[in-house]
Design a protein around this ligand. Structure first.
Ligand code: PGA
Length: 258
């Protein structure tokens, strides 16, 4: 049985003061929601303050990116050694990193391996853009991203990580994928690729989230799908009531998955 996991990707929003206010607003209710893993991913500058506020809770903290090197002359970058003092999770290969900051499949793989080296759990993002989607290339694009991201990993490592399927056309647009469409990519393409590379057991154990315009209104449909284990939430994670509602619905769906 895979425990659902809901993560809030705050992107480049929230000063330290705003971040702590948001955490205080939802900390109690999130913590009380059982049967779902909760992760907050604030910007680097707020990680320390958020981690401090969540220290005694069951809510986990994640970063939104990292460098693969332990340390070095990489101005502006943040290393896994720095992150592991503050968080348990790290988002790797978000489409905004790929699109605007030149993140490559090879870089994603390096970061994933480095995260494991330092005991951080990667949330690996994959997903096709609108042109690829309309050209019928979703399966090819997502398969290639998954294969590249997981290169050289062991089945045990793959079982412990999280993949987020985020079609780029659904991110921040208010136009979420259909639940059945997302489930097909997640089940057939992502789990299928993992099964062929690492075996059926690994594919069944791996948790895969859907991301892209997730809301309190649509989360139930996604969670009712057998292969969707949670959500990576952007915009709605910046509003305490919405993120709490999404998390509660995800928790209630426990048992829907195989
Ligand atoms: P969104 O973002 O929920 O605002 O669409 C999701 C994401 O980019 O992780």
């Amino acid at each position: 049985m895979r425990t659902p996991i809901v993560a809030g990707n705050w992107k480049m929003y929230k000063t330290i003061a705003e971040a702590t206010a948001l955490v205080r607003e939802m900390r109690y209710e999130l913590n009380e929601t059982e049967g779902v893993e909760k992760v907050l991913c604030p910007p680097f500058t707020a990680l320390s303050a958020v981690a401090e506020l969540l220290r005694a809770s069951k809510i986990k903290v994640g970063a939104q990116d990292m460098h693969w090197e332990d340390q070095g002359a990489f101005t502006g970058a943040v290393s896994p050694l720095m992150l592991k003092e503050l968080c348990q999770y790290v988002i790797i290969g978000h489409s905004e990193r790929r699109q605007y900051f030149g993140e490559t499949d090879e870089g994603v793989n390096r970061k994933v391996k480095s995260a494991f080296k330092h005991g951080l759990i990667p949330i690996i993002c994959v997903g096709e853009n609108l042109t690829q989607n309309e050209a019928g290339q979703t399966e090819a694009v997502v398969t290639a991203q998954v294969q590249a991201a997981l290169r050289d990993l062991t089945p045990e490592q793959v079982q412990g990580l999280v993949v987020a399927y985020e079609p780029i056309w659904a991110i921040g647009t208010g136009k979420a994928a259909t639940a059945s469409g997302a489930n097909a990519v997640i089940g057939l393409v992502i789990r299928g690729t993992v099964a062929s590379l690492f075996g059926e057991n690994t594919a069944r154990a791996l948790r895969i989230q859907y991301g892209g315009s997730v809301s309190p209104e649509n989360i139930g449909e996604f969670m009712a799908q057998p292969d969707i284990d949670g959500a990576l939430v952007g915009g709605a994670s910046l509003v305490a009531a919405k993120f709490v509602a999404i998390t509660r619905t995800a928790a209630k769906s426990k048992g829907a998955r195989i």
